[in-house]
Write a protein that binds this ligand. Structure first.
Ligand code: BG6
Ligand code: MG
Length: 249
């Protein structure tokens, strides 16, 4: 003879059902561990051409101080913070500078730089960048900025991309700049994605290192298209085959 289920048994069945529902919701969107769901873009040299403005700003300050500085030294500044860039430039200085003097030199360079980027326009956005943002948006890929620059908000406004991203991690929000992974870890957090589902797009070797340290794969463009640590490489964003990158493996 069948007996009616006891109350504890009914409670157990009820909770088992609840757990299954929660699990189903979690599994609703199956994600391969390597599937790219978010793209984190470096800004300078990836989306917009600001390299020359940085160079001219530093060059003006260095000339005024009588410190030798050229485009070769400038290559070492790619991706690193303002103060670390200054330290690299001061390697060639004839004397030591105090902390206050260094802050004044960095501020002076930044004033020259901000004056120059005041002329940035939508036309200064690098080849393929706008089409890439539109395509990824259409595909439902989350997008963030991961830049060492404290001028990120100003630059994005200048080129009309201030509302194009789901998260902005920049030099104003981090303590350690690339090759430290902090900026990309913050960007992934803003996108609510684990590192393995994020792709970093970078033009600096320091940025490729930072992506690896964050546990993310990287697409090297421009200067970093020669970096063999990048999972994908392209001259610029116009050359990228996104179908290949976004197809789960
Ligand atoms: C990076 C540039 O994006 O930003 C570096 O590649 C620069 O060259 C760094 O030093 C910091 O920029 P900012 O705008 O904060 O002086
Ligand atoms: Mg860059």
């Amino acid at each position: 003879m069948e007996t009616a289920p006891t109350l504890p048994f009914q409670i157990m069945v009820y909770w088992w059902g609840k757990c299954r529902l929660a699990q189903a919701a979690f599994e609703e969107e199956p994600m391969s561990p390597h599937q790219i769901k978010g793209v984190i873009f470096d800004l300078d040299g990836v989306l917009v051409s600001t390299d020359n403005c940085h160079y001219l700003g530093w060059k003006r300050m260095a000339d005024e101080e009588g410190i030798p500085f050229d485009r070769e030294i400038n290559q070492r500044l790619r991706g690193v913070s303002r103060m670390e860039s200054l330290e690299i430039i001061l390697e060639k200085a004839g004397r030591a500078y105090t902390r206050e003097e260094k802050e004044a030199l960095a501020a002076r360079k930044n004033a020259y730089y901000v004056e120059l980027i005041g002329n940035l326009r939508r036309e200064d956005v690098l080849p393929g960048a706008l089409d890439t943002l539109a395509l990824l948006r259409q595909m439902g890929i989350r997008m963030a900025i991961g830049s060492s620059s404290r001028n990120t908000p100003l630059i994005l406004k200048q080129i009309g991309l201030e509302d194009a991203f789901d998260g902005i991690a920049d030099g104003n929000r981090i303590a350690r700049s690339k090759p430290d992974p902090e900026v990309f870890v913050l960007a992934a957090r803003l996108l609510a994605l684990p590192p393995e589902n994020c792709l970093v797009v970078e033009d600096a070797d320091a940025g490729i290192e930072a992506a690896a340290a964050a546990g993310m794969r990287a697409l090297g463009v421009g200067f970093a298209s020669a970096n063999h640590k990048a999972a994908w490489r392209a001259g610029n964003l116009a050359e990228v085959d996104w179908t290949q990158i976004l197809t789960p493996v």
